[in-house]
Design a protein around this ligand. Structure first.
Ligand SMILES: Cc1cc2nc3c(=O)[nH]c(=O)nc-3n(C[C@H](O)[C@H](O)[C@H](O)COP(=O)(O)O)c2cc1C
Length: 199
C-alpha cells in the first residue's frame, strides 16, 4: 500500500457513541436512509469493548462533537476502554430514552439497533433514529480537523513504565512496552508495522 494516510481525507465527523455501560469515539458514521426516523450506521472495531456492549444492548446514541469540545472527552472516550473505567461518569452525560448522551456536544441521535453486519475488523451496527435534539449551534468537528489538531486535542503522554506507540496511519495510541505482533489498530485496522514509538 503506497500511503494509507489518504483515508484521513475521507470527510467524516467525530462523535461519541454511547450505550449502556460505556462507549467510544467514532468517525465511521453515516445516515443510510431518509425520512423522519432515518437509519444511521456506525462501524465499531471488534477489539473495542463498545463492540461487546452494542451486541448486548438494543439502543445506542451518537453525540456530535464540536470543534471546541473539552479534550478530556476525546482522551476518555477515544483512548481509554469502558472495560476499565466508567466513561459516562468521567464525562458528564444525561439519559435520553435510557441511553447516556454526552452533555458537551452539539446534539445527539438516539437509535434503536435494527441490524449488525460483519465487516471483517469491524461490525456495522445499523440503528433507527428514535429521538434527536440540537443542543448548540456551533461548528461540528470533522475527522480532518481532528487530524490537524490532534496534538492539542489529545494528551499523548508516556505513563510511568509504559511507552506510547502511535499508529502512523490514523493517530491511534497504544500504551505498552511493545506492540503485540498480532495487534490490529482498532481505529484503522492496520497492523503492528504501522506503529512508531512516541519520543
Ligand atoms: C478520532 C477518533 C476516531 C475513532 N473512530 C473510531 C471508529 O469509527 N470506530 C471504532 O470502533 N473506533 C474508533 N476509534 C477508536 C475508539 O474510540 C477507541 O479504541 C476507544 O478507546 C475504544 O473504547 P472502548 O474499549 O470503551 O470501546 C476512534 C478514536 C478516535 C480518537
Amino acid at each position: 500500500m503506497k500511503n494509507p494516510k489518504i483515508t484521513r481525507k475521507i470527510t467524516q465527523g467525530v462523535y461519541v457513541l454511547t450505550t449502556q455501560g460505556g462507549g467510544c469515539i467514532v468517525d465511521a458514521v453515516s445516515r443510510a436512509s431518509a425520512g423522519e426516523q432515518p437509519l444511521i450506521t456506525v462501524a465499531v472495531a471488534k477489539t473495542n469493548h463498545s463492540h461487546k456492549l452494542l451486541r448486548e444492548n438494543d439502543k445506542f446514541a451518537l453525540s456530535v462533537l464540536g470543534e471546541e469540545v473539552d479534550p478530556k472527552v476525546i482522551e476518555t472516550f477515544g483512548f481509554k476502554s469502558s472495560k476499565d473505567i466508567d466513561k459516562c461518569t468521567e464525562c458528564e452525560t444525561t439519559e435520553v430514552e435510557g441511553v447516556p448522551v454526552l452533555k458537551d456536544s452539539l446534539g445527539y441521535m438516539v437509535c434503536e439497533k435494527v441490524d449488525a453486519i460483519d465487516a471483517e475488523t469491524h461490525t456495522i451496527y445499523i440503528g433507527r433514529m428514535i429521538e434527536a435534539d440540537v443542543l448548540q449551534d456551533k461548528k461540528p468537528m470533522t475527522y480532518a480537523y481532528y487530524q490537524e489538531h490532534k496534538e492539542d486535542l489529545t494528551k499523548v503522554k508516556t505513563e510511568k513504565g509504559q511507552t506510547a506507540w502511535v499508529c502512523m496511519a490514523c493517530g491511534y495510541v497504544y500504551y505498552g512496552d511493545e506492540v503485540p505482533d498480532d495487534f490490529i489498530c482498532p481505529l484503522c485496522g492496520l497492523g503492528k508495522e504501522y506503529f512508531k514509538k512516541k519520543d
